[in-house]
Design a protein around this ligand. Structure first.
Ligand SMILES: [Zn+2]
Length: 381
């Protein structure tokens, strides 16, 4: 999504005729999505083209992100502006669907209360760390949350009581969507997004389209097997990539103990980064060891997808500066050089969180496919 544009830039951007664009802008203005402002003359002859400005604060969607440790909610205005955002750390050991829905509804209610009374909320988009079936928005399996077959969309819709569609998708897929729309992979057509949380999520964009698989479960790169003699994964298999590069694995390497259940993860990660930045050899070695496993998995992804970019998100993003040398060394050893040529590996820079912003993009896609119909639907709801 984009911000203000002059009408003549709109004509250039979407390739329709001046009069078609005039008609469309007229429809959108009439339905309250945009307004036209007179542009300052830039000194060139003729009347300056009016500037089309999105009515961001009057047209909103709700974005929701459900990860293992945190639940986040944001109000995203037309044009992509984050109008309000709130993140809660969860109590350890209780990510039940009911409590999750309760937290989301509570945060959402506070945000909606702060909105202008005339503002419209069109849809809700959710990014959940689990396998989501697209046709009914159910979370079929979320090993790291302990969820199985949860009708998350229905539960949240009932609790929010907003009478708007509630779409649910996988967090890695939504991260990938955010990165190609507004992140470090903006405008690229072939991108693999790898998110480091407690588990490892992923999303794959091929030829500009999100790869979904048959029912929506595609892109589970965290569960590709990289170490057949390795650790048990929460999914039931042994030696998934997640067991080698997930948060537990990094914390084990950083603190040098096997059992990390009662470690304050965010405190460990923060102090490890500070120490690594100050040149602490033990911390740098731990990050390098982690980076080798990251690189090993990325080599296969590069060989399979020949991407323009790989984007590392979640805790892998702030750790990237300390891992990049080890990642590159591993790619030199293992990826096919001709396939890898031109692929860049980057850290996500989306501060609000890529899955959360992707959930907002998802919700807006539903509205912008037919904005006038969305207004009518709201009226009759
Ligand atoms: Zn697994």
């Amino acid at each position: 999504m984009v911000g203000p544009m002059s009408r003549s830039d709109v004509v250039r951007a979407i390739g329709l005729t001046r009069s078609s664009v005039g008609g469309l802008v007229g429809d959108l203005t009439q339905h309250g999505f945009v307004r036209e402002e007179r542009a300052e003359s830039d000194g060139s002859p003729g009347r300056p083209s009016p500037v089309v400005v999105p009515e961001s604060e009057m047209n909103t969607v709700l974005a929701v992100e459900v990860l293992v440790d945190t639940v986040s909610v944001a109000l995203i205005g037309l044009g992509g502006e984050v109008l309000d955002v709130s993140r809660r750390r969860r109590a350890v050991g209780d990510p039940s669907p009911q409590r999750t829905v309760g937290s989301v509804a509570d945060m959402a209610a506070k945000m909606i209360a702060r909105l202008d009374r005339r503002a419209r909320l069109f849809q809700v988009g959710c990014a959940v760390t689990g396998l989501v079936r697209h046709d009914d928005n159910r979370v079929i399996l979320a090993p790291n949350l302990g969820w199985a077959d949860v009708p998350f969309s229905e539960m949240l819709a009932e609790r929010l009581d907003l009478a708007v569609p509630v779409l649910v998708r996988n967090d890695g897929d939504m991260g990938a969507l955010a990165e190609v729309r507004r992140g470090v992979a903006k405008g690229l057509d072939n991108v693999v997004y790898v998110s480091g949380e407690v588990g490892i999520g992923g999303g794959v964009v091929i030829d500009g389209q999100l790869m979904t698989g048959r029912v929506g479960f595609g892109g589970e790169i965290g569960h590709t097997i990289v170490n057949p003699d390795g650790r048990s994964c929460l999914c039931g298999a042994i030696g998934c990539w997640e067991t080698e590069i997930g948060e537990d694995a990094l914390i084990r390497r950083l603190v040098g103990v096997e059992v990390v259940d009662h470690v304050d993860r965010s405190a460990v990660l923060e102090s490890a980064r500070a120490d690594a930045a100050a040149g602490d050899a033990a911390m740098l070695a731990a990050y390098a060891a982690h980076g080798r496993w990251v690189g090993l998995g990325l080599a296969s992804l590069i060989n399979v997808f020949n991407p323009d970019a790989i984007v590392l998100g979640g805790f892998l993003a702030p750790g990237f500066p300390f891992m990049s040398a080890a990642i590159n060394a591993e790619l030199d050893r293992r990826a096919l050089a001709t396939v890898r040529e031109g692929t860049v590996v980057r850290a996500s820079g989306l501060e609000a969180g890529a899955p959360l912003l992707g959930a907002g993009e998802l919700a807006w896609d539903g509205v912008l496919a037919d904005p006038v119909a969305a207004v009518e639907q709201r009226r009759t709801a």
